[in-house]
Write a protein of this length. Structure first.
Length: 133
């Protein structure tokens, strides 16, 4: 049973500002899919959530049942894993959407990583934010 490694990142130039989502999916050590999505005007936290949601949707479409989602957003990881409470109403909706998607997988983990370990998704997110202009 293959476990896909998903790396997602959101970027916003200004908070809120022109935002973008980027993500990359690896399986067996190989990059199998990547994408960048311009998001228009969003906060950085909204961009982080949307990037993770789009990444999960893509992993599901690719047929993965076991995933590890990596993010350099401590806020997102701690909110999704229940360590932090979500107070912002827009983030509550995005958290709910993300949790619904996670529970469609047979097995999943959400883990925090350092920014340096998330370079590809970071580059894609920043490029997508530029495309939002």
């Amino acid at each position: 049973m293959k476990t896909a490694k998903l790396y997602s990142d959101g970027a916003s130039s200004g908070n809120p500002g022109e935002a973008g989502a980027g993500f990359v999916i690896f399986s067996d050590g190989k990059r199998v899919f990547e994408n960048k999505i311009p998001l228009g005007i969003k906060t950085n936290n909204e961009a982080e959530y949307i990037a993770a949601i789009k990444c999960l949707e893509s992993a599901k479409k690719l047929g993965f049942q076991h995933i590890i989602l990596y993010s350099d957003s401590k806020l997102l990881v701690n909110q999704v894993t229940g360590r932090f409470k979500v107070k912002n109403e827009r983030l509550k909706k995005l958290q709910w959407e993300l949790l619904l998607l996670l529970h469609k997988f047979e097995g999943w983990k959400v883990l925090h990583i350092h920014r340096e370990e998330n370079r590809i998704a970071d580059r894609l997110a920043k490029s997508a934010a530029k495309d939002s202009r």
